[in-house]
Design a binder for this molecule. Structure first.
Ligand SMILES: [Zn+2]
Length: 288
């Protein structure tokens, strides 16, 4: 289990799944040969983030930030028992909750749930199925949603037949009065706060942890794969506004590339995090 110390905070990765992913799933018209070409120009991408065949090495994980009394679960993966059109995500029966226990974070001790955005692979464990009902997985937590993000998805019809992550993973925690709707510059404490990173979705945020002079960023999906550090112009097919998501990366990466900021990529394969440094026209991660 990966974890990082950031001043007085610890950030622990609880992985739900880890899968080599076809680049075409994330990037329009990008084949595996194209990925290998990109990795030639940015050799640090291999073998951790790109395999020999040109697949992207991705994971779906919850990042738990612990600092003082706060235990914050950031992004709650796909979840078990959900009806999903993507067969990799449909009707899962995985050990995620047992893994949270093993990591030292039983669900009833989580104080806050933060969703960087409300996509299907970031809200799933907000709820679990008990006696045919979706109930909050983290009953003692406040769930923190950005107001603009919530309003956007509340007004969208379900994207796929039979799949409605808003209804099974967002609405039930709202109905249970566990949600605080906040602005995209919300602060959870002096040391833990949101940074607005829109484009992937309208109310998307990244989470910043600053403690004792150390600094870490949990990216969410303002990028999906480290190739986008090497080439910040590259937007994912899942970006609501790919022009805005590019502008967000081009604004944020230079700020984070001070050689000291630990960038933790929500979907990055192991090692998942590193210091961001400038490299040619783009950036690279340094985890040595
Ligand atoms: Zn995602």
């Amino acid at each position: 289990m990966l974890s990082w110390n950031v001043g007085n905070a610890t950030i622990t990765s609880v992985v739900e799944s880890e899968t080599p992913t076809s680049p075409r799933f994330l990037y329009k018209d990008m084949g595996k040969i194209d990925v290998l070409e990109r990795a030639k120009r940015a050799p640090w991408l291999r073998p951790s983030f790109v395999n020999d065949e040109g697949y992207l090495l991705q994971k779906i994980q919850c990042l738990v930030v612990e600092l003082g009394d706060l235990k914050i679960a950031v992004d709650t993966c796909v979840g078990n028992d959900k009806q999903r059109t993507n067969e990799l995500w449909a009707n899962l029966d995985g050990p995620f909750l047992a893994d949270m226990d093993k990591a030292g974070y039983p669900p009833d001790e989580i104080t806050h749930v933060v969703c960087t955005h409300l996509h299907v692979d970031h809200v799933g464990w907000n709820t679990r199925l008990v006696d045919g009902q979706w109930v909050p997985t983290f009953p003692n937590a406040r769930y923190i949603f950005v107001d603009a993000e919530y309003s956007h998805w509340r007004n969208q019809p379900s994207l796929f037949h039979g799949e409605d992550p808003f209804a099974d993973s967002v609405a039930p925690v709202v109905d249970a009065d566990l949600v605080d709707m906040v602005a995209p510059d919300h602060r959870l404490s002096d040391e833990i706060f949101f940074e607005s990173t829109p484009g992937h979705t309208p109310g998307h945020i990244s989470l910043v942890v600053e403690s004792e002079g150390d600094r870490a960023i949990i990216t969410g999906d303002m990028l999906h794969h480290p190739m986008q550090l090497a080439d910040p112009t590259l937007s994912s097919m899942f970006d609501t506004d790919p022009v805005e998501s590019r502008a967000t990366r081009e604004k944020m990466f230079p700020r984070w590339a001070d050689g000291e900021t630990l960038v933790i990529g929500t979907h990055f394969g192991t090692p998942t995090a590193g210091r961001l440094v400038a490299d040619g026209d783009g950036f690279r991660l340094d985890w040595s």
